[in-house]
Design a protein around this ligand. Structure first.
Ligand code: FE2
Length: 280
């Protein structure tokens, strides 16, 4: 083992040291990182001074780079988006509700990389909820009820003209650059319970926000079930709270965890660069 993996001691997440991500990785290093990722679902690489080129090169070891559906990339790059909030910004915190990235795509991203560029002295933690653990801890009757259900995903509530980001306050200065479009009304079905292709464990896939309904179920029954599931999915025992540092890269597995942003850094700028790991 050439890398050092230290589990967070929480529901998921591990810190990885002993590798310089500005340099090309060996086959052995890639295999070890993949193994750790499959086991811990969120990997944290502190003290990595990555350029945007380095961030893209790292991402390519684990999947494809491709366009983000509802974000504009940063200037001069095609595959890097900014999670950016100005110090004096008063808009709602971006991505504060639990979700798996772009789950409404036919082939959603397997993971996401996020690099801390400007990190406030406090607040702005990212929360991760382990969906293998959520499934495992649910009562057997609830597992049996959801095992074969198909969930209907859509970006409508976030990126359509009537969605959360669709009608911004014209006076609010925002660091985020969402693309609002009728494309957001499209729907895509996925099994509500998925078996992870690498670790073989079942996980709940989906969340209130991007999951609009369940196939063959009334809207009312689906909403009630999704709300019940949400409690299991995000219960405190399933959560890892990630604290950021500058020059810290994290990568998470959208097939294993949900994530949510938090605020608490009013008066400070916060900037992270993000790439999305698409299936190959
Ligand atoms: Fe996200």
């Amino acid at each position: 083992m050439s890398i050092t993996v230290t589990p967070s001691g929480q529901a998921c997440g591990a810190e990885v040291r002993g590798v310089d991500l500005t340099q090309p990785l060996s086959e052995e290093q890639i295999t070890e990182i993949k193994q750790a990722w499959s086991e811990h679902h969120v990997l944290v690489f502190p003290d990595q001074d990555l350029s945007d080129d380095d961030l893209e090169s790292f991402t390519r070891y684990f999947g494809n780079l491709d366009d983000d559906p509802f974000f504009r990339p940063i200037e001069g790059r095609r595959y890097i988006a900014a999670i950016h909030r100005y110090a004096n910004e008063t808009t709602p915190i971006f991505a504060e509700s639990w979700h798996a990235d772009w789950s409404f795509k036919e082939q959603p991203p397997i993971g996401t990389c996020l690099m801390g560029v400007k990190i406030p002295p406090e607040g702005g933690d990212t929360l991760f909820a382990n969906q293998h653990l959520a499934y495992k801890n649910m009562p057997d009757e609830l597992k049996a009820k959801i095992d074969d259900l198909i969930a209907i995903h859509s970006a409508k509530l976030a990126y359509s003209p009537e969605g959360l980001y669709g009608n911004p306050d014209p006076d609010a200065r925002s660091g985020m650059k969402p693309i609002i479009s009728d494309e957001a009304y499209k729907t895509q079905s996925h099994p509500l319970v998925m078996t992870h292709p690498e670790n073989g464990q079942k996980a709940i896939y989906g969340c209130i926000g991007y999951t609009l309904g369940i196939e063959g179920m009334s809207q009312e029954d689906a909403a009630e079930l999704l709300m019940e599931l949400h409690q299991w999915q995000t219960s405190e025992g399933n959560v890892y709270r990630h604290k950021w540092q500058e020059n810290m890269l994290i990568m998470w597995d959208n097939r294993s965890v949900l994530h949510a942003a938090t605020g608490g850094f009013e008066g400070h700028e916060r900037l992270l660069h993000r790439t999305t790991i698409w299936p190959q």
